[in-house]
Design a protein around this ligand. Sequence first.
Ligand code: SF4
Length: 234
Amino acid sequence: METRVTEVFYSISGEGISQGIPTVFVRMAGCGLRCGKTENGKLWCDTEYSLSPNSGELLDLHTLLKKIESLSPQPTQVILTGGEPLEGKNRDMTISLGIQLAERRKKDEFPLPRIETNGKESIRAIDHAVFTLDYKLPGSGMEKHMNRENFDILNHRKNPLDEIKFVVRNHQDFTRAIEIISEWKLEDCNLIFSPVYGEMDAAELAEWVKSSHLKNSRLSLQLHKILWGNQRGV
Ligand code: SF4
């Protein structure tokens, strides 16, 4: 089994409930979405170099596991990201990595990898992972691609480490996120609100999050960009 990977690196998790944890990232190549690219907006994806399924290098499961272990001799959190780790050939590799890591790390603090997924691909039948599930709001231009069955799956899993992430461009986006949370009864999930980098004022979003009074809501700024700027490999 092989898939294309643009980078494997060791850094600090920048977002959500895992923010601040030393983490090995595996970034897989290829994503069918183009977030932010609307009539009035430009692409805001910060991993443009990983959007093509032909980017990066072809790696097999054994090599990827070796790379992960060499970057972190003491098992730490692993995040599988992209591009999109559940799209095309990436999906089988992501599932296999989850199974292998769970087997090797039975007694460790982070036995399962975190999958950061874009909300288009199904998370059904993936047991050896926790999820950061994006829901793309209207400002991204990608809402029509969202697979809402994923919410039923998250509600059924009841895994306290799963989270749903909303990247907010404007107030219309925030209102839509609140609508989705209510419609799909997501109040018990971890709800992450993140401002579009360079477009949405974080302090303003903080006020909206406060006023929503959702018990599991959290404002998340991209810590890695605050620490090291908008660059690769961090
Ligand atoms: S889903 Fe993620 S990788 Fe794909 S275009 Fe959007 S931000 Fe970029």
